[in-house]
Design a binder for this molecule. Sequence first.
Ligand code: N01
Length: 552
Amino acid sequence: MGASVPERASTNEAGVECDVVVVGAGFGGLYSLHKMREIGMAVRGIEAAPDVGGTWYWNRYPGARCDVPSLFYSYSWSPELRREWRWTNRYAGQEEILAYARFAADRLDLRRLIQFDTRVAGATFDEKSERWIVETDRGDRLRARFVIMATGGLSVPNTPDIPGVADFTGAIYHTARWPQEPVDFEGKRVGIIGTGSSGVQVIPMIAKAASQLVVFQRTPNFSVPARNRPLTDADHKSFDEGLETYLASLEQSDFGRVPPTAFTAEVPPRDVQWARYEQLWQEGGSGGFLKAFPNILVHPDVNEVCADFVRQKIRETVKNPKTAEVLSPSGYPFGVKRLCVDTDYFDTYNRSNVDLVNLREEPIERITASGVDTASRHFELDALVFATGFDAVTGALLAVDIQGRGGATLKDAWSEGPRTYLGLTVAGFPNLFTITGPGSPSVIGNVITNCEYHVDWIAECLTHMRRHNLATIEPDGEAQIAWGRHVAEVADRTLFPKANSWYLGVNIPGKPRVFMPYIGEGYRTTCKAIVEDGYRGFRFGSPTRALGEAGK
Ligand code: N01
């Protein structure tokens, strides 16, 4: 499968010289490596983990599972991979997804392109040679024409700075840095902070093992049942039969959270909505809810009915009315914080060994040697789990010291929030690409196919540059400003900015409040039109050395 192009990266006393450095070996990075090699680029991958898989390598907490159906959470571009891999569950668990990433890396023969256990520390654009100098925490130095940051939108864990955490004598875990070996909670008193997607997945699992589980909840979340189940032959057959239509739909996909009809659609009667939500609740999964009605994420009245419906389900499930009340989200719309998908989450609170602490009433004051002190109580704990999320979308990009033209840093360029053109490129940082970067659909929808689209776009762009002997590409500042304005305007017409979500960066102290993903329809159409229009909004630089020549 396309592994025939010889590797032409070379090494000399100045370091490795190649055409493209790919940072990260998750699904975006792996496909980047494959695609770059396929179009004849000398490519090198750098990955901080000892293995491929990206976020699925690290997030191995019990219950970790994807909320996109597994048949779709797969590379769409490769018929071979599709034929040779068979998903076992409607929603794949972390182990199976990681196994799939490993399978893809082996089948595509990508491992020999990747340097593992290595973190990229900095990348500096040398204007004279028009090369990126990429430096790692192991002292490597690579020179490359292009850098592809496939660092993932959810890869830098957020651990809140709670006083006293260093004093705790029990074990501390973070869902996003879970140990390799299984953690035994049998008979332990466990505390968990955080009730987002990770929390709602891990809480029912820990509750089954621990003698006592104390859930410290600051904000209750909307969650719908996954209704995960093994896939049958009939499921596979039906997927295969619909494959062509699915692939065609991806090709033209203008998938966004906000369809054009969102602003003109009628408000459906409450009973019609209620019946639809009931049907979706029984079917399981989040995708149907978010598209239940075109204006569900735009019109407060439609949205509120759905919010009511979920609250009603919580009251029906949770036996203690006070606990049900504390678990019921209010004060922000349904679906505009990432909708959680769970297995037995609300039911878990009926267990006698599970306690819910409402941090709105009794905030955590400090962590002590033996547990957690809230404003009114002390909880004795043997282990503490942080399910406190990520410095999302920009965290991993800003963790690398990236310096573009004139030594300008990405950190400074984004001090008031990320600025990109199409979520793919940044003005002043030539030949740097961000896979699923801010200003693109990024973390919205199916991240694997979002990654694929970006990689294909970059491959087409680099092929174009080679054909026309162009040395650099970067967006025009004006085009970037206009795109940023458009991304914000689309978000502002919806209910999304009305919740304090990580989409807006508000979970990280000091992070500018900027809505980061692009949620409009027509993203791919726009990107295609820009290319057809001669890469409108981009500037190309004249050649210094032909592409695909590194190491020759
Ligand atoms: O993180 P989160 P996550 N004191 O940021 C709480 C993807 N994902 O890891 O809301 C007390 O959503 C915080 O409270 P609040 C998915 O995209 C997917 O759960 O800020 N609490 C919140 O409850 C998801 O959205 C899957 O008030 C504190 C929680 O920690 C994204 O990853 C599975 C606190 C963080 O929730 C992130 O999910 C897992 C503090 N100081 C993850 N600081 C699937 O595919 C934070 N919190 C199913």
